[in-house]
Design a protein around this ligand. Structure first.
Ligand SMILES: *[C@@H]1O[C@H](CO)[C@@H](O)[C@H](O)[C@H]1NC(C)=O
Ligand SMILES: *[C@@H]1O[C@H](CO)[C@@H](O)[C@H](O)[C@H]1NC(C)=O
Ligand SMILES: *[C@@H]1O[C@H](CO)[C@@H](O)[C@H](O)[C@H]1NC(C)=O
Ligand SMILES: *[C@@H]1O[C@H](CO)[C@@H](O)[C@H](O)[C@H]1NC(C)=O
Length: 508
């Protein structure tokens, strides 16, 4: 505990009401898109010249590896979870487009996060933070409440859909044959930094915005910066000079994918330098996760070796994410270590609230009869105050549960296969990844002793299987599944008539 905090607690026993809480640390949350387990240097042993991430690896070496960090298997549910502090099954487990609307339900009849949940940035504002979002949103667009600004970000620069084009920013279905651009800047559409970024490549524009936010930050206040890179999501596009660095890779998708990872690593290097130069690093927590596993289906380019499956599957390759914390605020004694306690992406909500001295309870959601937060404060675990994670159960999805050392998967599970250390390769572009495993009412794995999910224990451990089935059934009863409607024509009306060819909120 810092002496500042100790002094505060001391004061608090006598004259708490008169003393404002001390400001929390600066926080940067980086949520990388579609980043495979084997697509970062610190997961490659022996190293490979295909995976070049020196800046990220150095953050990990000086930081704390989160080895059992879990996410949903696709983008929008993970992003909804992080921003709302709910497990995906309690906020959004659909990866639909942001133009859905059900006019009969003004609270939840939209894509992604219901209107009346309180976003993490709204909480950080209560803790005195300046809040900024850069990059992919994919957590709702229908009303102004659904936008980053509506969720508490002072500024935002990014796109609403799953992925736009890195050069034209076009995304979504055309409206009356007109292609629509997906770039939103705080409270209006616009090209933002068009023309100022290197190569006019979207990630370069995001980098310029990150540097702008950092350089212009008023250091009298703590900073909360949410950076959600477009990289390494499709389309596989990268400036030529990055592609050239990886020309030795035989497979086209793998070549571009690795070049994109390397591009991101350079952005991270520049961001960290800027934070240091600005004097923010010493009192900063840098949190990183992927939103789901790497896509290993054709056209994906990623690799989750040695884990099973990938993005859009509940195997470990789809849900166990690259994750770490770094930065000067991390206690000295935790640096260079690896943490194996369970953390879910939803847990950052309560963790950030705790660091900001803010109550994480979501009153607005309670008023609207919505599920409460699931988020658990992980700071005692991350700071080394306790050794065990408060999270024992991770309901991954409606059909999959982790509890203790065990994991149950039910129903049909795709991608029940493995890739080699190099994937895809030209002799085997599909890698047998379109393999289906029928789990029916339960496949059972011990993911501590069998992290590659090779031995199904269901027949051997009937009691454990039954216990897991019962627990999963309990969670299924709490499934939040409102009718979100269908693609709403009003979204195109707004794009064509209100926003001059850009996507934006379309429900008043
Ligand atoms: C940049 O702006 C020009 C017009 O000035 C426009 O034609 C182009 O599509 C924009 N591109 C991006 C990536 O913003
Ligand atoms: C939900 O939020 C909207 C917009 O902020 C508000 O007008 C409405 O009263 C809220 N609904 C409930 C049930 O709290
Ligand atoms: C090619 O991919 C397959 C799996 O898809 C893998 O078993 C094999 O090792 C790979 N070959 C090389 C040279 O990496
Ligand atoms: C699309 O075109 C049709 C036919 O020209 C027109 O009636 C309609 O209003 C247009 N829709 C929008 C959103 O502009």
């Amino acid at each position: 505990m810092s002496s500042y905090k100790a002094a505060f607690i001391l004061l608090c026993t006598t004259a708490c009401l008169a003393v404002p809480p001390p400001p929390g640390p600066n926080i940067v949350m980086m949520l990388v898109d579609d980043w495979g387990w084997a697509n970062v240097g610190y997961h490659r042993n022996p190293p490979t010249k295909e995976v070049v991430t020196p800046n990220i690896d150095s953050l990990v070496r000086q930081g704390l590896e989160l080895d059992q960090h879990y996410v949903f298997n696709v983008c929008s549910p993970s992003r909804s979870s992080l921003m709302s502090g709910r497990l995906p099954i309690h906020v959004n487990d659909l990866n639909i487009e942001p133009d859905y609307y059900n006019p009969d339900d003004p609270v939840s009849g939209f894509s992604a996060i219901p209107r009346n949940m309180t976003g993490i940035a709204q909480k950080m504002k209560l803790g005195g933070y300046d809040t900024h979002q850069v990059g992919k949103w994919d957590a709702g667009m229908a009303t102004h409440t659904h936008t980053p600004k509506g969720r508490g970000f002072d500024s935002s620069f990014g796109y609403f859909h799953h992925a736009n084009d890195f050069y034209t920013e076009i995304d979504g279905k055309p409206c009356n044959k007109t292609k629509i651009v997906d770039i939103w800047v705080t409270d209006k559409p616009g090209y933002g930094l068009n023309g100022t970024g290197p190569d006019n490549y979207e990630e370069g524009l995001f980098k310029e915005q990150l540097l702008k936010v950092v350089n212009e930050h008023d250091t009298g206040k703590p900073l909360f910066l949410y950076y959600a890179p477009h990289i390494v999501h499709a389309p596989l596009q990268v400036p030529q000079r990055y592609q050239d660095k990886f020309s030795f890779i035989d497979d086209h998708d793998r070549q571009i994918y690795h070049a994109m990872v390397n591009y991101l690593d350079d952005v991270v290097g520049e961001l960290v330098d800027a934070l240091k130069k600005k004097g923010l690093w010493e009192n900063l927590l840098f949190v990183t996760s992927s939103d789901n596993g790497g896509p290993v289906y054709p056209g994906g380019g990623a690799n989750n070796y040695p884990l099973k499956g990938g993005k859009a599957s509940d195997w470990q390759g789809g849900i166990r994410s690259n994750a770490f914390v770094s930065g000067g605020y991390l206690p000295e004694k935790m640096r260079g270590k690896k943490l194996d306690g369970y953390i879910h992406l939803a847990d950052w909500y309560a963790t950030f609230c705790a660091l900001a001295n803010v109550d994480p309870t979501d009153e607005a959601a309670a008023k609207a009869d919505l599920p409460p937060i699931d988020s658990l404060n992980m700071w005692p675990l991350i700071s080394g105050e306790t050794m065990t994670s408060p999270r024992v159960d991770i309901p991954i999805s409606y059909k999959t549960l982790i509890s203790g050392e065990y994991k149950i998967l039910t129903g049909t599970n795709n991608q029940a296969g493995y890739t080699g250390p190099q994937y895809p390769n030209q002799t085997n572009p599909n890698g047998g990844i379109n393999i289906f495993q029928q789990c029916g009412d339960g496949c059972l794995y011990n993911i501590m002793t069998d992290p590659e999910e090779r031995v199904d224990l269901a027949a051997k451990m009937p009691d454990k299987l039954k216990e897991m089935q019962q627990k999963l059934a309990q969670y299924q009863k709490t499934h939040f599944a409102p009718d979100r409607g269908s693609p709403w024509p009003g979204a195109c009306d707004a794009a064509l008539n209100t926003y001059n060819g850009f996507w934006g909120p379309f429900v008043p």
